[in-house]
Design a protein around this ligand. Sequence first.
Ligand SMILES: *Cc1c(COP(=O)(O)O)cnc(C)c1O
Length: 361
Amino acid sequence: MDFPCASISIEALKHNFIQIKTFAPNSKLMSVIKADAYGHGVLTVAEALKQSDAFAVARLHEALYLRENGIQHPIVILEGVNTVAEFELAAENDLSPVIHAMSQVVLLETIHLTKPLTFNWIMVDSGMHRLGIRPEQITDAVSRLKYSSNLTSDIGLMSHFANSDLINDPRNHQQLDAMVSLKEITQLPLCLANSAAVMSYKESHQEWVRPGLMLYGLSPFAHKQGQDLGLKPVMQLRSRLIAVYDLRPGEEVGYGGDWTAETACNIGVVSVGYGDGYQRSLSNQASVLINGKTAAVIGRVSMDTICVDLTDIECPKVGDSVILWGHDSLTVETLAKIANTIPYELVTVLNQRVKRDIIDG
Ligand SMILES: *Cc1c(COP(=O)(O)O)cnc(C)c1O
């Protein structure tokens, strides 16, 4: 067995998918599986979530990878594409690049694709000011795209909330109002809700929802854990104790000697580090679970290892399993707070050195 390893629960993935269906029973579901399905392994996740009505990724190459591996669902490319060659590649592979700028509308008016693009989405800038065409330009964009032989008439309007993790924030209502007005004018379907909006803003569900994080059992809300929302964490990150030894009072541990033994104590070395994506900001802050008990991370996180205080662990020995996150009493959400980041970042930065292992399903 390779360690560290991230075990992936198909059962949890399917459970979370059903939870989304319960939150938004009348909407179609576009599962967001960008960034290697938030670090969970994109092919595993796509296979487990076959019931999705569509998938969304960020980039063209992510979409091509899914097609190359036999995924036949509609696939939306959230960042869109910008060149003729990219539009051609998207069309040939039945991929759906989001149209988020008038320059893309102009390009589509001037080229001739060998095959029309299908399942088309226009990204509207309803207030986030990241990607999107301004609301006042939408009727113009829609009518021009409807004229183009490079697209089928299957067009929808997409937008993204900037503050959906803040429940009842007036800016969410403003964004939704802008989109509902455009729907009345254009008669096109809407796709707005990310995970936070799926769970906390029913009015935003519309024809399609577009969650990512909650599929993986994680909470987008700062004050809630996945479990509080009826979700099950999909990933558990584990490794092993590779050394156990005694320290004498006054001895310092690791780079910079950031931790000093006050009394004689027993410490362990765990094979995981920032070179795997276990963030260095967890140094001297996080804890791990060994034989069901908590052990504090002491000293700085190194590239390949961390040191832990084994004081409270009964009979620790080399080879003992160490849980790093993805347990009821050691969640990704809690560790993200400790690392001063968000659950999204903790799981997506886990890299290919960490083997993904399917544990069920
Ligand atoms: C990543 C992303 C999502 C998914 O958001 P979650 O908060 O993970 O549910 C939806 N839409 C767009 C445009 C995104 O970039």
